[in-house]
Design a protein around this ligand. Sequence first.
Ligand code: ZN
Length: 390
Amino acid sequence: MTDTLYDVVLAGGTIVDPDREETYRADIGIDGGTIRAISRAGILRGRESVDCAGTLVTPGIVDSHVHVYQHVSPGSLDPDDIGVRQAVCAVVDAGSFGPHNAGGFGEFIVKRAQTKVYGLVNISRNGNSTNPGEGEVIGFLNPSNTARAVADHRAWVVGVKARASNTASGLLGAMSTQLAKVAAREAGVALMVHVGHGPPTLEEVCAILTAGDLITHCYHGKIGGAVTRQGEMLPAVVDAVRRGVLLDIGHGSASFAWKTGEIAIQRHGYKPHIISTDLHRGCINGPTYSMVKTMSKFLHLGMSMLEVVRASSPAPACALGLGDRFGKVEVGFPANLSVIELVDRKETMFDVEKQSREVTGVIEGRFAIVDGKVHRALPDATAPKAKAAV
Ligand SMILES: [Zn+2]
């Protein structure tokens, strides 16, 4: 025992540290929202002690694709229902707002949540609140206003979003993606592009993206995706990844197919850089449910726990300029940590095409620690149901 009494001690968990590529048992001492000590298990004392025996303590999980602009953008959820109550420290709203209604998102969502909330500003002026078709009216797409919205809300706007599929961009095709790229370049942030049914084609989208940009819904099962009908990786995606473009899952209600994931990951070795949920009202009660369940699917596809945690914390944090707040377990770093448990049980998990796999080993959320404050996750069986929104 030591004399120091910390605010919070996470006692006896197994630290999963993707940075150092190691796992080890330890106590973590937290004071003033910062990690102050990492020590052999059983040593540290705290005013509040969280028994982490049997659990995994990971850098704070960041879900890089959700929809949480409640009461404004259809389908949005309460950020805390899919954040701290599911052991997720930070969520990134992917384009539910645009430059015209970004201010409200900051005022009514970011400021009121216990989960850290960030956002990607949609190139379309009111974001997904004009869904579908937000990208098919040229007058809605203004790169200067979009770049200005990034600058005006830089504390929580971390990138630009465009949806490049026929329901969102219509006859304008890749135009909204091109204009979003202009805005992202001007603002100096990453661009996340949703892909789905063309037009535009995935080749057209890839040609616009540069290192650090993200393709979300990368492993959907629709025609024209990252995996060809012949079971090969689309050459344009191979080239984009080589150039530093990042593959982001964005599971959602229509955008993750077991078969695509199996071919891409198991046959060709294209593990996603980032795992995210695209949680909204249309998928929270299945097939997506939660970030931890989505992470479990990638364990099943053969990624290691270190790889799954890397794709769920440091990778999205670094991609979106949040690497100073999330992604590390080290002394002196902000105490943003997730406590999860790999439960040895079987579960039938579905993709968006109603295909199922028997998953053995299911990740469940236990706690989210945000700036040193401990939030208990809800048990899996009582996972939050979609609340009325809009
Ligand atoms: Zn989405």
